[in-house]
Design a binder for this molecule. Structure first.
Ligand code: ADQ
Length: 491
């Protein structure tokens, strides 16, 4: 299409995700302070050529009054964001309940404790109803802002009901859906009481994407086994209508990390850290504090390593940075105490008057501090021991920040990233503490040649499979899908 002045108009992309990429803090009755969080998705979409992206999502705050809602909507518009307002009750049932306590553990193959499982079973219906209601609220906002020719890209397990809501309203709308978590084996998915409804709704999309081929295959199997539909090499077919299903492995904006390493502030940070840990090898863990990241397992493996390698005890330090998330969910509170307890015990056991083996921080680091950490540990080892992880971008970021240094990546075989960085990383089963401990020893003693060779492989991947490529490929494939209505006219 063309604008009035004859310049080609950029295609509009409506990106719908549970959370907007901003944090909003209320400053007064009608004033808001907004900060854009520069996550992977934001930079990925900024890099997509010829696309004019707008975001639709929840701002993460409860705004019960109309004055506040109006002011926030106006402020967000400047950041190309459109809010969906969710009240506390719906957030409790939809977000904390159905999304984070039901779908998240299930998609990561994590069972719930028995008492929580029973409670979840009881409250399932009210949570699922709230989930559908919330998805309809997202759909209403999309419908209000949709213009002909737009493409709509829905993100993640929070919005599995959205493709159906959108297509019911307008079957011509181009709708894509991408899952950032693993899609589990169909045997796991079929335990969900809402299994069929969710699958059918996702299938309303024109294109369905996953990080890996395995997740895509699990999804297709769930559709064939649970719904009795036909899986084809392109996707899933239902009465002549094809939903395209494919793998689109995400990447990072590697240049942004490389550029940061040249900044004086980051260099200074690196120097400070180097001095601070002089004489000790640094091992790094950076994770959201979440059950799926396998933080307790990682720390126990490190303890085993110290136990069995007394010569290393005062020569190695583990820096574990864990950002607290979902702090109102009891399971996450329990995890925090559990990690603190283990760290305290190990530091008590192996610490000296002047040094402890584990530095554990319960907080987020700013981008520059994070880059400095990735870079300073470059001589040494990063430990990513997720029990399951859709992809895991920390492993990519660590690799991108290695300049002259060639850090070793120990990576869980259950992270999607194992498929792309497997040849360069030391792959481990995070449940096998003896194996992780042995890999720590192997990594610390690895010859420079082997480090160089492994790093070269990973670096080539991370710098050539970027977030921009990911987003561009998804959007262009979505554009290439044939919308149902067009298909019908052609037949
Ligand atoms: P996450 O589970 O959040 O993402 P990940 O891919 O590792 O996991 O991304 C985390 C992001 O948060 C990284 O960019 C990292 O730099 C940042 N981060 C983590 N800890 C931090 C800290 N302490 N301080 C500052 N920043 C920190 C979900 C899926 C993943 C999938 C992504 C993208 O669970 O599997 O890779 O989405 O699809």
């Amino acid at each position: 299409s063309r604008s009035n002045r004859g310049k080609p108009m950029k295609q509009r992309l409506l990106v719908v995700a549970n959370r907007l990429p901003v944090s909003a803090v209320r400053r007064g009755e009608d004033s808001w302070f907004l900060e854009i969080s520069a996550g992977g998705l934001v930079s990925a979409l900024l890099g997509v050529k010829d696309v004019d992206a707008r975001w639709i999502g929840w701002a993460g705050v409860n705004v019960p009054d109309e004055v506040g809602q109006r002011a926030l909507t106006k402020a967000l518009a400047e950041k190309r964001c459109i809010p969906v307002f969710l009240d506390e009750e719906i957030v409790h049932l939809y977000y904390n309940g159905y999304c984070n306590n039901m779908l998240w553990p299930l998609f990561h193959y994590l069972g719930l404790p028995q008492e929580d499982r029973l409670a979840t079973t009881r409250s399932f219906q009210s949570q699922f109803d709230a989930y559908k209601r919330a998805n309809q609220m997202f759909a209403d906002v999309v419908n209000k802002h949709y213009q002909e020719g737009d493409v709509v890209w829905c993100h993640d397990y929070h919005l599995m009901f959205l493709p159906k809501c959108l297509k019911e309203h307008n079957s011509k709308m181009k709708v894509g859906w991408f899952l950032h978590t693993p899609f589990p084996s169909s045997e796991i998915h079929r335990t969900l009481p809402s299994r069929s409804e969710l699958l059918r709704s996702v299938l309303a999309a024109d294109l369905v994407g996953f990080h890996t081929y395995d997740y895509a295959r699990h999804f297709v199997s769930a559709c064939t086994r649970i719904l009795g539909l036909e899986g084809t090499p392109e996707g899933v077919e239902d009465q002549g209508r094809l939903t395209r299903v494919a793998a689109f492995p995400i990447g990072i904006d590697a240049d942004r990390f490389k550029r940061a390493l040249d900044l004086p502030a980051v260099k200074e940070h690196i120097n400070e850290l180097t001095k601070r840990f002089a004489g000790r090898k640094v091992m790094l863990g950076v994770d959201r504090l979440d059950m799926i990241k396998g933080i307790p397992q990682k720390i126990l493996a490190f303890e085993k390593f110290l136990e069995e390698n007394s010569a290393w005890r005062d020569k190695v330090v583990l820096l574990q940075i864990a950002v607290p998330t979902r702090t109102d969910v009891p399971e996450y509170q329990k995890l925090t105490s559990q990690v603190h307890e283990i760290v305290g015990r190990i530091n008590g056991r192996f610490g000296t008057l002047t040094a402890v083996p584990i530095h554990h921080l319960d907080r987020s680091l700013d981008f520059h501090a994070l880059c400095a950490l990735y870079a300073v540990t470059g001589d040494y080892v990063a430990l990513v021991t997720s029990l399951r992880d859709g992809m895991n971008l920390v492993s990519y970021e660590f690799v991108a920040c290695q300049g002259e240094k060639k850090g070793v990546l120990i990576l869980s075989e259950f992270a999607g990233a194992a498929q792309s960085l497997g040849a360069g990383a030391l792959l481990v089963n995070p449940w096998n503490i003896a194996e992780v401990s042995a890999s720590i020893g192997y990594a610390l003693n690895m010859s420079p040649d082997e480090r160089e060779k492994r790093h070269r492989h990973n670096y080539a991947h991370v710098t050539t499979h970027t977030a921009q490529d990911w987003a561009e490929t998804f959007v262009s494939e979505l554009n290439d899908t044939v919308v149902e209505a067009q298909l019908r006219t052609r037949q």
